[in-house]
Write a new protein. Structure first.
Length: 104
């Protein structure tokens, strides 16, 4: 009942986020994303690129957009399940191993 979204990603796991945690992201972490939940869902569902974090191999960064503006959704994967850590707009893609790229 508290689930904001549950998205199956193209890299083989499902990302979940509760309404309470989404509210925390848009009120405390990145208020610029208020009203953009469906955009972040789209980033997870149909990213342009997915990269593995250089610091933590269980953390994946999903990017969608066009330079110089991207949306990034940061997730933690545990097998077939995962959760949203944060999301934010960015003007650069972080270094890290590319796990998936959308075929054009």
């Amino acid at each position: 009942p508290d689930l904001a979204f549950e998205i199956h990603t193209p890299v083989g796991f499902t990302v979940r986020c509760t309404q309470r945690y989404w509210a925390f992201i848009v009120s405390e972490k990145h208020p610029v994303l208020d009203g953009h939940q469906t955009d972040i869902e789209q980033v997870l569902r149909d990213p342009d690129e997915v990269r593995k974090s250089r610091k933590d191999p269980e953390v994946l960064l999903f990017y969608r957009g066009t330079a110089p503006r991207w949306l990034c959704a940061v997730t933690r994967r545990a097998g077939a399940d995962g959760f949203l850590i944060t999301a934010y707009p960015t003007d650069s893609i972080k270094a890290g191993e590319i796990l998936w790229t959308r075929s054009r």
